[in-house]
Design a protein around this ligand. Structure first.
Ligand code: NAP
Length: 268
C-alpha cells in the first residue's frame, strides 16, 4: 500500500496542497498519495486518530485546527514549541510529532524567491491567528531589527507579542509609524476586506506580502498604490509544503519550476 498523507481542515476543498504534493512526489520519485480531509469543527482529534489508525503517515493541518494540532501532538519540534501551532503532523502507531513549516516557508519565499534581505528591517505583522503565530520566530531568526504585531482583537496581538518579546498595537495606533516590510497574515482578503492600515505604514520602496494567494486583495491594491512592491502568498504555500515534504520523506523537492508553473496558470 502507498504511504498516505492528507491535509485536514474545515473548509478544505479549496486547498491546493494535494496538487502540490502530488507534483513533489512525481518529481522526486516518491510513491505516496495525498488527499483532502474535512474534519467536523468539533472532531479534529477523532478525525486524525482515525487516519492514524488506518496507517496514515502524515497530515498538513489548516484553518481552524492549527492550535488544536499543537495540543494534540505528543512531541513538538522546537519551531512548533516556539509557535504553539502545528501545520505538519508526522504519524506512526507509536508517535505523533508536530512541526510548523509556515515560518520557514514565508522566510524562504521572501529571501530566496523574491530576493529580499530581511536583515535589519522593520517589519509589521498584521494578524495574530494560526498563520501569524507560525511565522514570528522564523522572522526574528531571519534577523529583522523590529517586529510589531497588529491585530483587530488586541488581546490576541498582546499575547502573541509577549510570547516572543516583541511589540503589539491596534491598527489605529499605526499612524505615524512606517515599516520596510508589511506582512498581512489576516484572512481579511478572502472577504475582499483589509485591515485598517494607514498608507504611511509603507516606507518608500517597502515590501508588502499577503499570505492569501491567488487574489488581488484590497491590501495588495493599497500597498501598490502606496508605492510598495506587493506579493501574494503563493510562494509561501509552495515553500511550506516543500518543508513538510522534507519532514515526512527526507527529500527536498525543487520548488522553483513548480512555482513558475503555478504563477503562469499552467495546470499541474
Ligand atoms: P485564523 O487563525 O482564522 O486568523 C485570522 C486572522 O485574521 C486573525 O488575526 C483575525 O483577527 C484576522 N482578520 C480576519 N478578518 C479580518 C478583518 N476583516 N480585518 C482585520 N483582521 C481580520 O487564520 P490563519 O490560519 O491565521 O490564516 C490567515 C490567512 O493566512 C488565511 O487567509 C490563510 O489562508 C492564509 N495562510 C496562507 C498560507 C500560505 O502558505 N500562503 C499559510 C497559512 C495561512 P481577529 O483575531 O481580530 O479575529
Amino acid at each position: 500500500m502507498r504511504d498516505r498523507y492528507a491535509v485536514v481542515g474545515n473548509p478544505v476543498a479549496h486547498s491546493r496542497s494535494p496538487q502540490i504534493h502530488a507534483e513533489f512526489a512525481r518529481a522526486t520519485g516518491q510513491d505516496l498519495e495525498y488527499g483532502l480531509i474535512e474534519a467536523p469543527l468539533d472532531g479534529f482529534e477523532r478525525t486524525v486518530e482515525e487516519f492514524r489508525r488506518q496507517g496514515g503517515k502524515g497530515l498538513n493541518v489548516t484553518v481552524p485546527f492549527k492550535e488544536a494540532a499543537f495540543r494534540y501532538c505528543r512531541k513538538a519540534s522546537r519551531r512548533a514549541q516556539a509557535a504553539q501551532v502545528v501545520n505538519t503532523l508526522v504519524l506512526s502507531a507509536s508517535e505523533v510529532l508536530g512541526d510548523t513549516t509556515d515560518g520557514i516557508g514565508l522566510v524562504t519565499d521572501l529571501t530566496r524567491n523574491i530576493g529580499f534581505d530581511l536583515g535589519g528591517k522593520k517589519l509589521l505583522l498584521m494578524g495574530a491567528g494560526g498563520a501569524a503565530q507560525g511565522v514570528v520566530q522564523a522572522l526574528l531568526d531571519a534577523g529583522v531589527s523590529q517586529l510589531m504585531v497588529a491585530n483587530r482583537t488586541m488581546s490576541r496581538a498582546l499575547a502573541l507579542a509577549a510570547r516572543h518579546g516583541v511589540e503589539a498595537c491596534g491598527y489605529e495606533e499605526l499612524q505615524g509609524r512606517s515599516f520596510d516590510v508589511v506582512v498581512n497574515a489576516t484572512s481579511a482578503g478572502l472577504a475582499s476586506d483589509a485591515p485598517g492600515l494607514p498608507d504611511s505604514a509603507f516606507k518608500p520602496g517597502a515590501l508588502a506580502y499577503d499570505m492569501v494567494y491567488g487574489l488581488d486583495t484590497p491590501f495588495l491594491v493599497q500597498a501598490r498604490a502606496a508605492g510598495a512592491r506587493a506579493f501574494d502568498g503563493l510562494g509561501m504555500l509552495v515553500e511550506q509544503a516543500a518543508e513538510s515534504f522534507f519532514v515526512w520523506r527526507g527529500v527536498r523537492p525543487d520548488t522553483r519550476a513548480l512555482l513558475a508553473r503555478l504563477r503562469s496558470g499552467q495546470a499541474l
